[in-house]
Design a protein around this ligand. Structure first.
Ligand code: HAM
Length: 436
């Protein structure tokens, strides 16, 4: 039997139903803040990610799926969406009319070690805003996040924020960190020493016990911020306080992508394992447009890992968002008449979900399949019913005797059944078809 590629999952219909519902909620909430959807390609030139995320980051140096296509172009399956989004916005001149907000949603690819909540193909909702340089935009992004968690009933999350300052702050801080770790070189392994040489900020990300001890005494980036960066960071915190959001300043928060400068943040959940506790992350990247050859452009955004977000949803949402079962299973011995009846009913009854039995099974087996489909009702069309212009109406939920229903009355009765079945919270039958 062919197997799926490691770290890449299929979604069975029961999960797809939850994803659709989640996507619909996200879509609505984003509209409430003026965000517009962009659809972006999965493949980009490898160079785009080397110039944006950074060639010596873990993501680009160890985790990308990069290959030569048949024409010799070096391409990468996108590991994230920020770079591709900005590329598209610049190439299409989407900011000609002024600042604008965008969102995108889709699969991303990173060759990481798969485990629960960490996949090689995973999904992100990405949100990016271009053209605003003040802390009000940063605050609005965080308020949008908080609203999403609230609407989804997600609790026990913590917002951590930090500022990486401008180029000169990071230069000064890198030098200070370098000096600090040089004095403890004997405690670092080969990989950590390489990090120290290439980009000492990466050491702050490390989960290694030795580093965690050392980091307690390490210098803080907040002591190296330029006055404007400090003012921006303070401005953000004043706005957060005014809007009632809670946060914690984490001066060790640096993020694994090189394009950030100024505000960075992560939302962490107590429900997720420590190695994957951030389910949403982002920040400012005002320098990225220039680095890609575009004009100076203030920019900020975030991405939510949808698999991780799903894992945080309360049980109740999963049940309420269960897959939509058919309302009706049409069993029959009259193939041609059944297909015609089914088409007529779909025309007559909006939103009707009707499965017509296919094949020439005996009625007993058809009714067993009807039961398994999760439908609320079986309609049975036999030779006699066809002649009488009637159908047998057999509830699969209630223990009531089956009855005959004239064909002309069917649409009205079905309309009522659909209206009752689709009331939020209405009891849905589960089908035994899916192995979870
Ligand atoms: P990131 O922190 O690399 O940032 O990823 C954002 C989120 O994607 C993470 O918090 C996590 O929920 C999810 N994620 C990342 N890797 C995996 C994985 N292997 N399996 C499952 N989920 C994963 C970015 O990608 C930036 N582009 C965010 C951003 C947008 N910054 C500004 N705008």
């Amino acid at each position: 039997m062919p197997r799926a590629v490691r770290g890449m999952r299929d979604l069975p219909p029961s999960e797809v139903a939850c994803w659709r519902k989640l996507e619909q909620i996200l879509h609505e909430e984003l509209g409430g803040y003026g965000y517009e959807e962009l659809r972006l390609p999965l493949l980009e030139h490898a160079e785009l990610f080397e110039r944006s995320i950074g060639a010596v980051t873990d993501i680009v140096s160890k985790e990308t799926y990069t290959f030569l296509d048949r024409g010799g172009a070096r391409l990468t399956l996108r590991p994230e969406g920020t770079a591709g989004c900005l590329r598209a916005v610049l190439a299409r001149q989407l900011l000609r009319g002024g600042p604008r907000r965008f969102w995108y949603l889709g699969p991303m690819f990173r060759h990481e070690r798969p485990q629960k909540g960490r996949y090689r193909q995973f999904h992100q909702l990405g949100v990016e805003a271009y053209g605003w340089d003040g802390p009000d935009l940063d605050a609005e992004l965080l308020l949008l996040c908080a609203r999403l968690w609230r609407v989804l009933n997600i609790e026990n999350v913590e917002l951590q924020i930090n500022s990486l300052g401008g180029e000169s702050a990071r230069r000064g801080y890198r030098a200070a960190l370098h000096g600090y770790f040089e004095a403890h070189l004997e405690r670092l392994n080969e990989e950590q020493r390489r990090c120290l040489r290439e980009n000492p900020l990466r050491l702050l990300d490390s989960k290694a016990a030795v580093l965690r001890d050392l980091l307690r005494e390490a210098p803080s980036i907040l002591d190296y911020l330029e006055p404007e960066a400090t003012a921006h960071f303070q401005g953000l915190q004043e706005l957060l306080a005014a809007t009632g959001l809670s946060w914690r300043v984490n001066p060790r928060l640096v993020r694994g992508l090189d394009y950030y400068g100024g505000t960075v943040f992560e939302w962490v959940a107590s429900g997720l394992k420590a190695s994957q506790d951030a389910f949403c992350a982002g920040g400012r990247y005002d320098g990225l447009s220039g680095a890609l050859g575009g004009p100076p452009l203030p920019a900020a955004g975030f991405a939510v890992g949808l698999e991780r977000l799903m894992a945080l949803l309360p049980e109740a949402s999963g049940t309420a968002w269960a897959a939509s079962r058919p309302h009706v299973y049409l069993a029959h011995t009259e193939r041609r008449a059944a297909l015609c009846l089914a088409e007529w009913l779909r025309d007559q009854v909006p939103s009707l979900r009707l499965c017509t039995h296919c094949g020439t099974d005996r009625l007993r087996r058809q009714l067993r399949l009807a039961d398994r489909s999760g439908a609320a009702l079986a309609l049975i069309l036999g030779e006699q019913e066809l002649a009488e212009e009637q159908v047998i109406w057999k509830s699969l939920i209630e223990d009531t005797p089956q009855e005959k229903c004239p064909r002309t009355l069917l649409p009205e009765r079905l309309r009522r059944l659909v209206a009752q079945a689709d009331v939020p919270g209405a009891c849905q039958r589960s089908s035994g078809q899916e192995a979870h």
